[in-house]
Each structure stands twice: as structure tokens, then as C-alpha cells.
Design a protein around this ligand. Structure first.
Ligand code: LLP
Length: 406
């Protein structure tokens, strides 16, 4: 579901106005993705995908609740207007700042490690709590984003759930929620199987249970040939599970989902300017002003993002698209493992613009200042209107925390 509104003319005009590299997001695409999740009672946005305050505020207006995985994400959610009771802290540990934030704002916690139970009880006596289960298997678009199974640090191992429940009770905590998240970009069958595990686990806590969460992980179509995720069938499989828990427990159970990528990935385009072209033996390189400091997914996972030339036609040639960083992995067209995967583009010269698609999730949220590159600007398009939602980082901001100590 790519935003048709972000056509070549619009993207080129925005790049002229704000400079490049530039992230552009379409509000309508995000809201449309949100609306598709109506089969779930609560849509809890996993803000790690893109925590820009204006996007958080947009999703809040749509009706979303919010997930936070750090003290910083709790602060962001509050700054965007979420009430403390709309925030859940989901993690496998409390660093000291997170425990302090949870305590200060009375944030509900989704506990991924048993050590967290005593720590939580110490700051929130008699709190309600959710337990995150590791069902013993996982699945994701890459092994680095698989969050279930014994190679994963995430969640309470399924065989330890009874111990965790006993411990929670000993500490005076009430288990009101169960959660799992087996990976990002997971397959339909694995996601459905995870649901069955959670429904089974619910038997152990059904006297106090009030909600279950399917986690996130829904895949999106990065390639035109990727299949559309059968969302309705997926929601129905969880609904069936909820009905069976409700029948046993004789109490209403709220069904949550916690997507990041699904809501924002396709809304985003990264506009970048060609600054040099060169031939290295057999290879043709197109060097652009965006790099893995803006979008690290190709470098980290060999992830595919479609790249197009804006307003440029002509006989296509196989080129490698690479960034400005002093590191050879700074290439947008590569496969997992790092081998180059040239793509077809029309003839390009310095000054031409490229659009890198589906970058709304895990683009700018994973940005860095490597090579002292500033964090890129971000623009939100809403129909005819558009506005800057993050200004480009200034150079003085790069080293301010050091300069004051010089
Ligand atoms: N819930 C939990 C507990 C998670 O750990 C995650 C993602 C999500 C929800 C949201 O997952 P999503 O719906 O976005 O797949 N940087 C990687 C993705 C890492 C995801 C980490 N956790 C990427 O660019 O693909």
C-alpha cells in the first residue's frame, strides 16, 4: 500500500524545499493501515519502528495505545500526549532509568524476565502485570529479528511460566495480561501457532486475566511480488482463541496487537541526491547523500528496499547504489551476507534524485551519527499540506555534549 500521493513531482519539490537526505511520510497511509486492524480491541503501536512525536500524535488521534521499551520511549509517549495508562513498558530488563520512569508515572509493565518481578514489586507494590512468554520457537525476516526460541533473550521461557506466575503472586503482583512476540516480519503460520500457545498458556492465569497480546511482527510487502498478509484470517484466528479463553474463564478478554512496521513502513520514502557516479571495473556505482546512518536495514539484514529515479527515464543499466560513509558496507543494494545486488536504473548524473521506498519503519529510528553525519529531516504529508516534523540536525548539535567539556 504505497502512497500514490508521494509522486515524483511532490517528492522532488519537498527535496528542493528541505534538502536531502529527506524522509517523507504520508499520514493517510498510516491511518489506513491502522483502520485495517479493527479486528483487534487495542492497537498498541510499537514506537521503536518510528518514534517521531508527530507520528505518535497522529496514531494517538487514530485511537492507538502505545508500547515503550525504554525510559526514553516512555518520555516520548508522554510528550506526544499519551496518558500514562495508555503506555505499556515491554522489555526483558529494567535499566535504572526505566524502573524509575515506570515508578514515577505508574506505567503498566510487560515483564520479559523473572528478575523484573521483584524489582517491579519494590516500586509498584500490588501492581497489575503482564507476562511475556517465549513459546520456544520464533520466526522473523532475518535471524537477527527472531525473538522466540532458545537462541533468543526475549520473554519468559514457556516451561518457566508456572514458576513466574507463582513468583508474581508471592511478590503481591496480579497477572492480568499475557503477551508474546515471536519475531518481526514473521510468517502467517508461525504467528498463528504462537497464538495457539498463548491461548493454552492462558489456562494458568484465567482467574485474573483481562487481556492477551498478539505482539507485532506482521510483514509488509517490500517487493511487488511479496504476498499480501491475510490480516482478516489472522485476526479471526486470535478471536477464536479469545472466545475459548472467555468461555473457560467466564470473563471478557481484550485482544491486543502491537505492530510497528505494519503501521508505518510503507508510508515512508527516503529522498536522496546523486552526488557522484563511477565505474569500478565491471561495476557501476551511483553514490548518493544518504547512507546507513539514515537507513541501516540493507547493511544489517541485506533487506530489500525498492529504489527509483525521480522524474528520470532512459535505457536502464545495472548499478550499485551506495552512500557517503567510509565503510564498504554502506550500500543500499545488497543481499543478506553483503554480496552486491545491482538494480536497474536510468542513466544518472550528480543532482538527480532517488526515492528509497518503504522506509517508514526502522529507518530514522535506527539512525546514527556515524562519520559525524547529522540525523536527516522528516516531513509529514497530509493531503495537499505538508510540514516538517523533524528539522535536520545541526553540526553544533553533533558535538555540543563534548564541546561543553572541552
Ligand atoms: N513488539 C515487540 C515486543 C517487539 O520486540 C517488536 C519489534 C515489535 C512489537 C514490533 O515489531 P514489528 O511489528 O515492527 O515487526 N530493526 C528490525 C526490526 C526489529 C524489531 C524489534 N522488535 C528491522 O528493521 O526489520
Amino acid at each position: 500500500m504505497r502512497p500514490a500521493i508521494l509522486d515524483d513531482a511532490r517528492l522532488s519539490a519537498l527535496a528542493r524545499e528541505h534538502g536531502t537526505p529527506l524522509f517523507v511520510y504520508d499520514a493517510a497511509t498510516i491511518c489506513a493501515r491502522y483502520a485495517e486492524l479493527s479486528g483487534f480491541d487495542v492497537v498498541r503501536y510499537a514506537q521503536k519502528a518510528n518514534p517521531n512525536l508527530s507520528l505518535l500524535a497522529l496514531l494517538r488521534e487514530c485511537g492507538a495505545a502505545i508500547d515503550a521499551v525504554s525510559a526514553g520511549e516512555i518520555e516520548r509517549a508522554l510528550a506526544a500526549g499519551f496518558a500514562p495508562n495508555e503506555i505499556v513498558y515491554t522489555a526483558d530488563l529494567f535499566d535504572r532509568a526505566a524502573l524509575e520512569g515506570v515508578a514515577r508515572h505508574g506505567i503498566h509493565v510487560n515483564v520479559g524476565s523473572r528478575d523484573m518481578l521483584a524489582q517491579l514489586a519494590a516500586v509498584q507494590p500490588r501492581a497489575d502485570v503482564t507476562l511475556r512468554i517465549n513459546p520456544g520457537f520464533g520466526h522473523g525476516h532475518h535471524r537477527k529479528v527472531t525473538t522466540g526460541g532458545s537462541d533468543s533473550k526475549h520473554g519468559i521461557w514457556h516451561e518457566e511460566l508456572p514458576v513466574a506466575i507463582d513468583q508474581a503472586r508471592e511478590f503481591g503482583l496480579r497477572v492480568v495480561g499475557l503477551h508474546l512476540h515471536v519475531g518481526s516480519g514473521a510468517s502467517f503460520s508461525r504467528l498463528v501457532r504462537a497464538g495457539l500457545e498463548l491461548v493454552h498458556a492462558a489456562e494458568r492465569v484465567e482467574t485474573t486475566l483481562s487481556s492477551i497480546s498478539a505482539g507485532g511482527g506482521l510483514p509488509v510487502r517490500y517487493r511487488a511480488t511479496d504476498r499480501e498478509f491475510p490480516l482478516e484470517r489472522y485476526a479471526e484466528s486470535w478471536r477464536a482463541g479469545v472466545r475459548s479463553i472467555e468461555a473457560r474463564a467466564r470473563r471478557p478478554i481484550s485482544l491486543e496487537i502491537e505492530p510497528g512496521r505494519w503501521l508505518v513502513a510503507e508510508s515512508g520514502v527516503l529522498v536522496t541526491e546523486v552526488r557522484a557516479t563511477k565505474r569500478q571495473g565491471e561495476r557501476e556505482f551511483v553514490l548518493v547523500d544518504a547512507g546507513f546512518h539514515n537507513l541501516i536495514r540493507p547493511t544489517l539484514y541485506g533487506a530489500y528496499h525498492e529504489i527509483r529515479a525521480l522524474a528520470k527515464l532512459g535505457p536502464e543499466r545495472a548499478v550499485v547504489v551506495a552512500g557517503p560513509l567510509c565503510e564498504s558496507s554502506d550500500v543500499f543494494t545488497q543481499v543478506p551476507g553483503g554480496a552486491l545486488a545491482p538494480i536497474l536504473l536510468p542513466p544518472l548524473v550528480a543532482g538527480d534524485l532517488l526515492a528509497i521506498h518503504d522506509v517508514g519503519a526502522y529507518g530514522t529510528s535506527m539512525a546514527s551519527n556515524y562519520n559525524s553525519q547529522p540525523i536527516a529531516a522528516e516531513v509529514l504529508v497530509d493531503g495537499e499540506r505538508s510540514r516538517l516534523i523533524r528539522r535536520r540536525q545541526r553540526f553544533d548539535e553533533l558535538f555540543a555534549p563534548e564541546r561543553e567539556l572541552l
